[in-house]
Design a protein around this ligand. Sequence first.
Ligand code: UDP
Length: 156
Amino acid sequence: HIHTLNQSAGALEATLALLKPDILANPAFVDSIINDIQNSGMKIALRKQVFWTQGQAEQFYAEHRRRFFFDRLVKYMTSGPVEAIALSGPNVISWWRQKMGATRPAQMRMTNPTCLRARYGLTDTRNSFHGSDSVESAKRELVFVFGQPAYKQIIL
Ligand code: UDP
């Protein structure tokens, strides 16, 4: 029966959510966002605060290394600690991306004002949140942050 329920609700997935440095600087915001997630029915499988070196941030965002915003992005992501959260649940990858909204906070304030980036995001770079965009990137990013053994526990 549990199997049938999970199938109708969507595939069980895991994703990496990051609360970027500007949000971590405001503990009240963090508490409110964590509460929202916990009330949603999605599961926080693991949580860890990380403070990336320049090299780690460059590796995490390697696919963007030729983009105009890359240096700015790396500088932002190394400006303070980041809260890394492994989420699991049915269709959690798209669930979290919808909750965040799209990349640009100013655009979101016009089109999707209730999403997290509309409410908290500052600029196109300092947009406060990250979410994996596919099963493959979720795996790569979760292993990057939490390691392979922890990843295997999350997806069990
Ligand atoms: N970014 C930026 N300027 C842009 C686009 C993206 O600074 O014009 C930053 C922003 O912090 C974004 C990250 O680079 O979250 C990764 O970009 P991506 O296109 O993967 O957006 P996301 O999937 O995070 O919405």
